[in-house]
Design a protein around this ligand. Structure first.
Ligand SMILES: Cc1cc2nc3c(=O)[nH]c(=O)nc-3n(C[C@H](O)[C@H](O)[C@H](O)COP(=O)(O)OP(=O)(O)OC[C@H]3O[C@@H](n4cnc5c(N)ncnc54)[C@H](O)[C@@H]3O)c2cc1C
Length: 541
C-alpha cells in the first residue's frame, strides 16, 4: 500500500476524507514516527497450510496420546484444564504461535503488561457455574450476595472512571452522549432501554432467558431467534428509532463486540450485547473484570495449569481420522514455523480449538470435499496498536478513563493499561483498537495486511490527535498487531443457522471447540466450548 498510495489516500481509506484532508492540510512539520514493529499473528504458516504443504514424514517422528488439542487460545486451554481436572493427563496441546492465548494474548513492558486483543470479562451470573469455579480457583470471587450472585474482589473490578467519549473538542463521562441531547433523543433512549428490559425479563416455557451466556443456555424460541433474520438498523427503523446518538451508541456496541456496524449486525446479536449481561429489568449490566494485560491474565492462569502439555510453535497441518478396527483414531501431522520438521501425533480424539474455517484446510476429508457449513463462518479483520507514552496527554473535559472512545472516529479509541494499577500520572500504554468493518471480509483482510507498521502507526496517531493534538511528541514506541481472522461475524442469519449447529457436532474422532461456534466472540463462549468438548471426550474415554 505504501508504494502506490499517498498518505492522504491511506488516511482517507481508514479515517474518512475529512480527517485525511485536515491531517494533510496542516503546514506544521510532523515529528518522525516512533519506532515499533508488526508483532504476530503468524500468517505465513497459516497461508502455507491453506495452500497445501507437501509433507514427507520420516517413520521415527511419531508420538501417541489419547487426546490432541489443536489451538492454544482460550478454548484450547480451557479444554486442557478440564481434561486435567478430570484426571486425564495423556494429551498434548499444539499451538502454532510461540505464545499461548490466541486473540486474548498480551504483551509485557518494564512499566506494565498490556493486551493485544481481548481485554475484559463481565462478571458471570450465578447460573454460569463452570466459569464461576474458574474464577474462584483464581481467587477473583470472594463470596456470594443474598441472591447467590458472585461477589468479585474489588481489585479485579474495572476502576472508576470506566469510560468517556470525545466529541467536538472535549471529553464527556460515559458512552452515551448526554450533552446536547434533545427531549426526543431522551425519549428514544428510554424506548430502547424499555425494550432491553422487556427482553431481560422474558422467559420461555422452560424458564430460559432470551439472551444468556453461554449462548447455549439461552432460549431457541422463534420469538427471539426471529431477530436473527434482520439487521440491528432494520430493527431500529421498524421502531422509528432514528436518534443519531442512540444509533451511535448501538453501533459502537456492535463494532466493539463484533467488529460490525449496525447495518451489518444481526439484531439478535445486537440485543445479545445489551441484554445478556443484565440480571434484571432496569438493572445495570454486570460489572467488568479486567487487568492491565486484559484477558491475558486469564490466559496466563490457564496456561500455568497445563504448561507441561503445551507445545508452542507447532501447527497442525493435517488431521486424518483413521477409525481402524472399530476404534476411534485420528492422526495429526504438525509442522514448525517454517512448515518443516513434521511430526505425526496418533490419538483417539482431537479437540479442534482453532477457528472453524481452518477445518476445511486441515481435516483431510474436509479438504478433499469441503462441507458447505464451513464456508458460512466469516471473520472480521482488526488492527490493534500498543502506544508507549512517556507522559499523559492534556485533556479537556472529563478525565482519562479506562476506555476512551472518539465519537467521530471509525476506531474504537483506546484502553489504558496503567488504569487498573492506579497509576494516574506519568508513562503509560494505550491499546488502540480499529475494526475493519468493510462489507466484504476478504477485502478488509487485504486492506489490513497491505498497510504496514508505518501506515498503521500514522492512522492511529492521526486519529488520536483529534483528541490529543500533542500525541506524536509523547509516543516513544508503537507496535502493531494485524488480526486477519480476528472474530466471527454475527451477520443476520448466521447465529441461528443450521451451519452453526452442524459445526458444533463432532466429526468422527474430531470434536470442535472455539468461540466462533457460538456465533459471537467472547471469553465465556470459548471457555464453554473448550470445557464442553473436553467433557464429550471424557465421557468416551
Ligand atoms: C481485538 C480483539 C478484541 C477482543 N476483545 C474481547 C474482550 O474484551 N472480551 C472478550 O471476551 N473477548 C474479546 N475478544 C474475543 C476473543 O476472541 C475471545 O474472547 C476468545 O479469546 C477466543 O478464544 P478461542 O480460543 O475461541 O479462539 P482464538 O483466540 O482464535 O484461538 C485459537 C488458537 O488456535 C491457534 N491455531 C490456529 N491454527 C492452528 C493450527 N493449525 N495448529 C495449532 N494452533 C492453531 C491460534 O494461533 C490461536 O492461538 C476480542 C478479540 C479480538 C480479536
Amino acid at each position: 500500500m505504501s508504494h502506490s498510495f499517498t498518505r492522504r489516500e491511506i488516511l482517507a481509506a481508514f479515517l474518512g476524507v475529512p480527517a485525511a484532508l485536515a491531517a494533510c492540510s496542516s503546514r506544521q512539520k510532523l515529528p518522525p514516527l516512533p519506532p515499533g514493529e508488526i508483532v504476530g499473528a503468524s500468517d505465513y504458516i497459516g497461508h502455507r497450510i491453506r495452500d497445501g504443504l507437501n509433507i514427507s514424514l520420516s517413520q521415527d517422528r511419531s508420538e501417541r496420546f489419547r487426546v490432541v488439542i489443536v489451538g492454544g487460545g482460550v478454548a484450547g486451554l480451557s479444554a486442557a484444564r478440564r481434561l486435567v481436572n478430570a484426571g486425564i493427563e495423556d494429551f498434548v496441546l499444539l499451538e502454532l504461535e510461540q505464545a499461548p492465548g490466541g486473540t486474548a494474548r498480551s504483551g509485557t513492558s518494564p512499566l506494565v503488561p498490556y493486551p493485544w486483543g481481548a481485554h475484559y470479562l463481565p462478571a458471570p451470573m450465578s447460573a454460569n457455574e463452570p466459569l464461576i469455579s474458574l474464577l474462584e480457583e483464581m481467587g477473583i470471587i470472594e463470596g456470594r450476595d443474598d441472591d447467590g450472585e458472585p461477589i468479585i474482589a474489588e481489585q479485579f473490578l474495572c476502576r472508576d472512571p470506566e469510560e468517556r467519549v470525545f466529541y467536538r473538542g472535549r471529553w464527556y463521562e460515559g458512552l452515551y452522549l448526554n450533552a446536547g441531547a434533545s427531549a426526543e433523543d431522551a425519549a428514544q433512549l428510554s424506548a430502547f432501554n424499555a425494550e432491553v428490559s422487556r427482553l431481560v425479563a422474558w422467559r420461555d416455557s422452560r424458564g430460559r432467558r432470551a439472551f444468556s451466556i453461554p449462548v447455549a443456555s439461552g432460549t431457541d424460541d422463534d420469538e427471539i431467534t426471529a431477530l436473527d433474520r434482520m439487521t440491528m438498523s432494520e430493527w431500529l427503523d421498524r421502531r422509528g428509532l432514528q436518534s443519531e446518538r442512540l444509533r451511535w451508541l448501538i453501533d459502537y456496541g456492535c463494532r466493539d463486540d463484533y467488529g460490525l456496524t449496525i447495518d451489518q449486525t444481526s439484531a439478535w446479536a445486537g440485543f445479545f450485547y445489551f441484554c445478556s449481561r443484565v440480571e434484571r429489568p432496569g438493572g445495570e449490566a454486570r460489572p467488568l473484570i479486567t487487568w492491565p494485560e486484559g484477558n491475558g491474565r486469564l490466559v496466563s492462569y490457564l496456561y500455568g495449569k497445563v504448561k507441561s502439555k503445551v507445545r508452542l510453535g507447532l501447527a497442525a497441518a493435517e488431521i486424518i481420522p483413521t477409525d481402524t478396527g472399530g476404534e476411534r483414531g485420528v492422526d495429526v501431522i504438525a509442522v514448525d514455523h517454517e512448515g518443516s520438521n513434521p511430526v505425526r501425533f496418533q490419538a483417539n480424539f482431537v479437540i479442534f480449538a482453532a477457528p472453524h474455517f481452518l477445518s476445511s484446510y486441515v481435516i483431510r476429508s474436509y479438504r478433499d470435499n469441503p462441507p458447505a457449513h464451513v464456508a458460512e463462518f466469516q471473520y472480521g479483520a482488526w488492527m490493534v496498536a500498543n502506544l508507549f507514552l512517556k507522559d499523559r496527554p492534556r485533556d479537556r473535559g472529563f478525565p482519562l478513563a479506562w476506555d476512551n472512545v472518539l465519537y467521530e472516529s471509525p476506531s474504537l479509541g483506546y484502553v489504558v493499561a496503567t488504569h487498573q494499577r492506579g497509576l494516574d500520572r506519568g508513562p503509560t500504554v494505550f491499546t488502540y483498537y480499529y475494526p475493519l468493518c468493510d462489507a466484504d471480509p476478504r477485502q478488509a483482510r487485504s486492506k489490513l495486511l497491505e498497510a504496514g507498521r508505518d501506515e498503521w502507526a500514522d492512522v492511529a496517531l492521526t486519529d488520536l490527535s483529534r483528541a490529543h493534538p500533542e500525541i506524536r511528541t509523547l509516543v516513544e514506541r508503537l507496535d502493531v498487531m494485524r488480526w486477519g481472522h480476528a472474530m466471527i461475524r454475527p451477520r443476520p442469519g448466521f447465529v441461528w443457522s443450521d451451519s452453526r449447529k452442524t459445526a458444533s457436532k463432532p466429526y468422527r474422532g474430531v470434536h470442535f471447540a472455539h468461540t466462533d461456534l457460538s456465533g459471537v466472540p467472547l471469553f465465556e463462549e470459548a471457555f464453554y466450548h473448550g470445557t464442553r468438548a473436553a467433557d464429550e471426550i471424557g465421557a468416551k474415554l
